[in-house]
Ligand binder design. Structure first.
Ligand code: ADP
Ligand code: MG
Length: 728
């Protein structure tokens, strides 16, 4: 039974760094060569077409059929020149990855001969009969058609021999069925709301961009060992496995030198990313053994998110060439660090101002303060909303599970910014301020250094940390589509900015001077949102108690968190701003509940199968060896054997006990599953899975892990933690 495991281990001895030819060219020479980028458009499009497309990209204008035909002609020529034979609309359904349906460029020409065809209609819209994607009841099967439509703001690219066109995915009735559509709407909302506020300070600001710099954490596991772990293959995580004697205690992996086989994989991955125009820049070992990170230079959020999805795909593909499997699950191994995807997020203007970067000049500083405080308010009011978009079956193993970050939302600001906010609370008042007071205040903000260095590393434990010129939303899961988090953050901030502007305008209408009105509103917000600000250790138990005193929510149950998608506040943020309709929101709520049910169901089935068919038989086989030994001892040693075999007998008893517990608990789990499956309502079903099925996974695991310590290593069927984590 342990054959797969030992074959994989033996094969590892012979694994060498693969013979890969890296390009001899320098990065700028091949960067973006697989992207229909500006350079390619200039070369392949007619000048008039090129101009109109550029305009559409900048203003979000619509592409009409004529223009689409013009673009398609150029795109086709470019794609064929680069070896493409198929094209696909590349979209982001509400599953874990992206989707594509390839069509060949092939068609019959008028004379019956085969031609290569790709017209405006193919570029602009496709109708994948994608009836099997989760849609939360929006699409009936009799109207299964979904439509994909080109997202002009994200350039087409080639993977293998396929031209990929980034698209949104909507239903026949126009409802969003994907992650991209609401993200684009949220980006539009924050642009508009932020510009309106910026106009108080600078009339030249006419566009505000939202930026995203993701940091992708992942594990690598040898592919042979992976194949010998059905739980990894089916669920993405190990459902059992005793801790290795050594894992991350010595911190000897973090930022350590990158193992050669891994470095080759990374190099290969980087080249492929750079050819796809993804500006990957940083790589390093992470805290856990065999855990790594990859990060690009930040980009406009929609493009950055497309790139992240693409990278997750490319990673898996390239890893296979190197004999690795990539694990993107948030917690592949119990007891050691899991993987997140920090979302570094900021806003910047068309005039080149980073709205979260202090220190340039007094005007910039009031802008900075305004956006900082409004973001605090957005996160404070949006705690549950933000969490509802990122807490799912896999990420729940990280959030709130004694590991970074907790399920409590809070904002880290650091000492300098905290002091500045205190100063405002103290100095600003509702009564009329003297010009001296105002100047002193502005100077006070102006004294913020351009680089805010906080000499503690406390911000590492914060789910939403201010890191000098951006916020880092750290609670996002490693396998997530960042669009969920980015839609929520941008939408919540947009909603808050709209409210802020309304309140400031009301004061101005009452005759309060603009500057003073802004300061007064900021002061009000700082006081109101004080509970969300926390610079201490987010992992500590004291914080949990303190957060509860402050009235912050701490939701670790996935269904309970998903329910917050339908809160009044969520509706205010999403529905009122036209980012999601009520129907779309309800559909998403249902899809998330269903996803949770399915993930736990798969884990539970895999667990049942593994223990009954793999673990228990092996435990009994070993037990029989012990029994034979005890019997044989008695035969040749007589009464003396009684004392000599006491240990063996104890082990025999222990094994029996663990096996009994495993069998019973597995049966209880199966019964709980059956009961849950019989529930019609998906929300109720999710609660049943959460409360009655999920806990049994850990209960069963406990006994399996005990058995692993007892049973002969040669017989154990599954690769152990020490093998998964330390071999490469
Ligand atoms: P760390 O691990 O210290 O947080 P990294 O260098 O790994 O930092 O990643 C930081 C990420 O933040 C990178 O993707 C970087 O491009 C991005 N980033 C830097 N400045 C900004 C900004 N103003 N807005 C958004 N993202 C940013
Ligand atoms: Mg970071």
């Amino acid at each position: 039974m342990a054959q797969l495991r030992f074959n994989a281990l033996t094969n590892l001895l012979n694994k060498k760094v693969p013979d890969i030819k890296f390009p001899e060219k320098r990065v700028p020479e091949f960067y973006g060569e697989l992207v229909f980028n500006d350079e390619a458009m200039k070369k392949y499009l007619q000048t008039s077409v090129y101009k109109k497309v550029k305009e559409a990209i900048t203003n979000g204008a619509l592409i009409d059929r004529n223009l689409a035909d013009g673009v398609a002609a150029g795109m086709k020529a470019w794609a064929l020149d680069h070896g493409a034979v198929h094209f696909t609309h590349w979209f982001q359904p509400l599953t874990d990855g992206t989707a594509e349906k390839h069509d060949g460029f092939i068609n019959y020409g008028p004379d019956g001969k085969v031609i290569e065809e790709f017209a405006g209609k193919h570029l602009a819209q496709q109708e994948p009969d994608a009836s099997s994607f989760p849609n939360g009841g929006i699409r009936q099967t009799f109207e299964a058609r979904g439509y994909t439509a080109w997202d002009v703001s994200s350039p087409a690219f080639i993977v293998g021999s396929t031209l990929c066109i980034p698209t949104i995915f909507i239903s026949y009735t126009g409802d969003a069925l994907d992650y991209k559509t609401p993200l684009l709407k949220a980006l539009h909302a924050v642009d508009k709301a932020a510009v309106d506020v910026c106009q108080y300070f600078d009339k030249n600001i006419t566009k505000v961009y939202s930026y995203l710099g993701w940091e992708q954490e992942y594990f690598l596991v040898d592919d042979g060992l992976y194949m010998a772990r059905p739980d990894l293959m089916l669920t993405g995580r190990t459902l059992m496995g005793h801790a290795a004697a050594k894992d991350q205690q010595l911190d000897d992996h973090y930022f350590g030198s990158i193992p050669e086989r891994v470095a080759y994989f990374m190099r290969d991955l980087e080249v492929e990313c750079q050819r796809l125009g993804i500006p990957v820049k940083t790589r390093h070992n992470e805290v856990a053994p065999n855990q790594f990170e990859l990060a690009p230079i930040y980009e406009e959020a929609n493009l950055a998110n497309d790139h992240n999805l693409l990278v997750m795909d490319v990673m898996k593909r390239i890893a296979k060439h190197h004999g690795f499997e990539v694990l993107l699950h948030e917690k592949p191994f119990a007891g050691i660090n899991g993987s997140g995807k920090h979302n570094n997020w900021s806003l910047g203007t068309n005039t080149g101002i980073d709205l979260f970067a202090p220190g340039k000049n007094p005007k910039g500083n009031i802008l900075f303060l305004t956006f900082l405080v409004n973001t605090m308010a957005a996160v404070y009011h949006g705690q549950d909303l933000l969490r509802s978009m990122i807490l799912n079956a896999s990420n729940s193993h990280r959030l709130g599970a004694n590991e970074a970050p907790p399920a409590i939302m809070s904002i880290f600001l650091g000492t300098q910014v905290s002091a500045m906010l205190d100063n405002i609370v103290e100095k600003v008042s509702d009564s009329k301020m003297s010009p001296e007071e105002k100047t002193a205040l502005k100077l006070g903000i102006g004294r913020l250094p351009e680089i805010l260095i906080d000499n503690t590393d406390r911000n590492r434990t914060s789910p939403f940390a201010f890191t000098g010129d951006r916020f880092e939303f750290r609670a996002v899961g490693s396998s997530a589509n960042c669009a969920g988090a980015m839609t929520a953050v941008n939408a919540a901030v947009a909603d808050q900015l709209v409210r802020f502007k309304k309140d400031v305008d009301a004061l101005i209408d009452k005759g309060v001077k603009k500057d003073e009105a802004i300061f007064q509103e900021l002061r009000k917000l700082i006081i109101e949102c004080a509970p969300i600000h926390f610079d201490g250790n987010g992992y500590s138990d004291e914080w949990k108690a303190e957060a509860a005193r402050r009235g912050l929510t701490n939701i670790t149950s996935v269904p309970e968190s998903i329910d917050k998608m339908l809160s009044d506040h969520a509706k205010e943020v999403f529905v009122k701003q036209g980012i999601l309709t009520e129907r779309e929101l309800e559909a998403r709520h249902e899809v998330e509940m269903e996803k949770f049910v399915k993930k736990v169901q798969i884990e539970s089935r895999t667990m049942g199968d593994l223990v009954i068919n793999n673990i228990v038989p092996v435990a009994m086989e070993y037990q029989n060896i012990l029994i034979k030994n005890v019997k044989g001892m008695k035969e040749i040693m007589g009464d003396e054997a009684e004392a000599l075999t006491a240990n063996e007998k104890e082990l025999i008893r222990k094994i029996s006990n663990h096996v009994k517990e495993i069998r019973e608990k597995t049966q209880t789990m199966i019964n709980a599953r059956k009961a849950a499956n019989a529930i019609e309502d998906v929300r109720e079903k999710a609660y049943a899975y959460n409360n009655n099925v999920r806990p049994l996974l850990d209960d069963i695991r406990y006994h399996v892990d005990k058995l692993e310590l007892i049973v002969d290593n040669e017989m154990w069927p599954l690769p152990k933690y020490r093998e998964l984590l330390f071999t490469r």
